[in-house]
Design a binder for this molecule. Structure first.
Ligand code: HEM
Length: 418
């Protein structure tokens, strides 16, 4: 079988920054090599899982495909840092690094907060956030859509849910960008030494969380930060300090960066498919199905890593216990055995069984928040936009894990709110 591509394009962050998600390669792999072993320049070897059915099956067997080594593949430098300094994020355990039964106990701590019913009470608040963001654009002008809208709106929504002071929003935004964009020259922390920068980043997150946890223990409210700071496990014992930090870390960071990338990916798709924007403008209630299509289309969480707890044979290949595999959600979301015409952006697509939020044991805890947040924004935008166009090419973040646009310069005319 002649597979002719550069394996670095599958995983090296810089290559995503230059060329985006490698859809051409994934199509070839889904067709010809559904269990491809990738050996890139910098990362440990891993198996690529590119078919929708395989990701569903693997995600439903956490007893074999474990999360315990973390969701991200580490490059050589990151692995060395983790070995040299085990008292880093490695000790701050997030629920995405847990397997059952531990995972289920910890997930229960916050799952009640994230049910559709519980999130539904935020409808009006989130709609108001969207209105305010679009109002800030004024009636016409030029701006970077990411800076002005895509990153501000989900951050505002998350800050509201968590109960973070507006003064801390910018700090949280900066730290999150440094965390997910650690390989991007425009987002990295200042300074030569990456090891030192990474330690400082951990310390800054730690200081922010310590301050918020102390405050919510002294003055609990009904926000999510209070729930996490005062959480008790099933046996009545308080949640451990590292697990509390881990929960804060995943909710504070995964909670807005991913949604930002979905919103910017959605905007780019609308600009490239103006007929779909016209459809949404004609009927803004389509925002609900549009958001599912946007998450399928953009797949902001590009992949999740699992490692094998036992030997497993798949597609005729024997994988060994301890080896890593990477489930590329973005590839599964273009699988033509599941989606008709998968490279068509169609906001009325039905059914839309995308895997953008994962599936099975670790299905995204914040999916309903993300949906509500993106839906409110596109509903507001579609109801008020008169014209919108790109004024320069977008740029992409150098990241292969949480992927998306860095800039999207636009020109627009917007109607005032009714
Ligand atoms: C469009 C936005 C989002 C996307 C695409 C997304 C995607 C994902 C994916 C793919 C997973 C892993 C699923 C797996 O391993 O099977 C995940 C897990 C998670 N997400 Fe999201 N997410 C988004 C927004 C959010 C928001 C808004 C929050 C919180 C407010 C959130 C919190 C979490 C948490 C806590 C987990 C870990 C769940 C677990 O391990 O049980 N996410 N997300």
């Amino acid at each position: 079988m002649a597979l002719d591509f550069d394996p670095n394009d599958l995983i090296i962050p810089k290559n995503y920054g230059v060329s985006g998600q490698p859809h051409g390669i994934w199509s070839q792999l889904r067709e010809e090599a559904p269990l491809f072993r990738c050996e890139s320049d910098d990362f440990e070897p891993f198996y690529c899982i590119t078919r929708h059915a395989d990701i569903v099956s693997i995600s439903n067997k956490p007893e074999i495909f474990s999360n315990a080594r973390g969701p991200m593949l580490l490059n050589r430098e990151q692995r060395k840092r983790e070995e040299d300094d085990p008292a880093s994020f490695g000790k701050m355990k997030t629920i995405i690094e847990m397997d059952p039964p531990e995972h289920r106990d910890f997930r229960k701590v916050a799952s009640g907060f994230f049910t559709p019913r519980s999130i539904h009470r935020l409808d009006e608040i989130v709609a108001e956030c969207a209105r305010e963001q679009i109002d800030k654009l004024g009636e016409e002008g030029e701006t970077d859509f990411i800076d002005a809208i895509a990153q501000r709106h989900p951050l505002r929504v998350l800050a509201t849910i968590l109960g973070i002071e507006p003064a801390d929003e910018d700090l949280l935004l900066e730290l999150t960008q440094q965390l997910f964009g650690s390989e991007d020259p425009d987002l990295q922390r200042e300074g030569e030494d990456r090891g030192e920068a990474s330690k400082q980043l951990i310390a800054d997150f730690g200081a922010l969380f310590t301050r918020i946890i102390a405050d919510r223990r002294a003055h609990p409210t009904d926000d999510l930060a209070s729930l996490l700071a005062n959480a008790k496990m099933a046996d009545g014992s308080p949640m451990g300090p590292m697990e509390t930090f881990g929960y804060f870390l995943i909710v504070f960071t995964a909670g807005h960066d991913t949604t930002r990338n979905a919103i910017s990916g959605g905007m780019e798709a609308f600009l490239e498919n103006p007929d779909q924007l016209d459809k949404l403008r004609a009927d803004p209630s389509l925002a609900k199905s549009a958001v599912e299509e946007i998450v399928r289309w953009s797949s902001p969480v590009n992949y999740m890593r699992r490692h094998l707890l036992e030997d497993v044979e798949l597609h005729g290949t024997q994988m060994k216990a301890g080896e890593s595999l990477v489930m590329f959600y973005a590839s599964a979301n273009r699988d033509d055995t599941v989606f008709d015409d998968p490279f068509r952006f169609d906001i009325t697509r039905r059914p839309n069984r995308h895997l953008g939020f994962g599936t099975g044991e670790h299905f995204c805890l914040g999916a309903h928040v993300a949906r509500l947040s993106a839906r409110a924004l596109f509903h507001e935008l579609a109801s008020r936009v008169e014209t919108i166009e790109r004024v320069a090419d977008p740029t992409q973040i150098h990241s292969s894990f949480v992927v998306g646009l860095k800039t999207l310069p636009i020109r627009y005319k917007i109607r005032p709110a009714a």
